[in-house]
Design a protein around this ligand. Structure first.
Ligand code: P6P
Length: 282
């Protein structure tokens, strides 16, 4: 597992450099979810593929940017699912973006996730890694290496509210719940980048990130294997909860296809319990 984390640290510096130096144009291609690809999406994906190709523990790769699975080392133990540059279009307006990694032990479902990691490319490069039995650990890039900063723990109740999706497409009970949090004094913190938005809640003591099923995206927008499950693991390991719109743990998800999505809610216990009540689920 450590060789996988060392590869992710190298990836962080290479993609950060690409963000600062590469052409920001469109690649005139679409990814597996039908979204237009930036040249930076393709380049980030290639950087990750190149770095994991030399890690014998990795059986195969599943990328948000591609269909199918790239076979690497049959004698390996882990399948790495990743979103190479989530929210990449935000680079155009100089906002933070991120890479997300889910490390699965042979089978691609939440129960077989053994670790997750994400990188935030912002004013600093930051990396968070969580493994079974450990709290998420924050690392910060200093020069050409990462320094461990400390473990991340969510407060029982937070102050931040990151409501995803287009409001006019929210279910009415979801809109009423989000409005009730603002009436309680929660502060709106939403950039449209899943990684910095979830990172901020983790580091600033907690709150709620929500991306519900909507009229335009009834099964949600965020992808299970390389966005939802890795962050669900992070939030549970930090002492919070991560559920879907039926109140089920996202760590029980069993994706049918690599690019399946799910409505998802990540947060401190108080906010998730309040959401379950508002949704009428146990
Ligand atoms: P919306 C970025 O495109 C992304 O996949 C996530 O990073 C982010 O949380 C979400 O979409 C934002 O979607 O519909 O709120 O703009």
């Amino acid at each position: 597992m450590q060789t996988i984390f060392e590869a992710i640290k190298k990836i962080a510096f290479e993609i950060d450099n690409a963000i600062k130096t590469a052409d920001l144009g469109y690649a005139n291609e679409e990814n597996a979810s039908g979204e237009e690809q930036l040249k930076l999406d393709v380049l980030s994906d290639q950087i990750i593929e190149k770095n994991f190709a030399s890690v014998p523990e990795v059986i195969s790769l599943v990328s948000e940017e591609k269909e199918g699975e790239l076979e690497l080392h049959t004698a390996g133990s882990y399948i790495v699912c990743y979103d190479p540059l989530d929210g990449s279009s935000l680079v155009d307006v100089n906002l933070s973006v991120g890479s997300i990694f889910g490390i699965y032990q042979g089978i691609l479902d939440a129960q077989n996730l053994v670790a997750s990691a994400y990188i935030v490319y912002g004013p600093r490069i930051e990396l968070v890694i969580a493994m079974k039995g450990t709290k998420p650990m924050l690392y910060r890039a200093t020069g050409d290496h990462f320094r461990a900063i400390g473990e991340i723990t969510l407060n029982e109740k937070g102050k931040l509210n990151a409501p995803g999706g287009t409001q006019q497409n929210w279910p009415s009970h979801h809109k009423a719940f989000i409005d009730s949090l603002f009436a309680e004094g929660y502060r709106l913190r939403y950039s449209g980048g899943m990684v910095p938005d979830l990172h901020q809640i983790l580091l600033k003591g907690g709150g709620l990130f929500s991306y519900p099923g909507t009229t335009d995206k009834p099964h949600g927008k965020l992808r299970q294997l390389f966005e939802v499950i890795p962050f669900a693991f992070m939030y549970e390991q930090a002492g919070g909860q991560a559920i879907n719109d039926k109140g089920e743990r996202l760590m029980n998800l069993v994706p049918s296809h690599h690019h399946d999505t799910s409505p998802c809610f990540f947060g401190s216990n108080y906010e998730i319990e309040a959401l379950k009540k508002a949704y009428g689920v146990k």
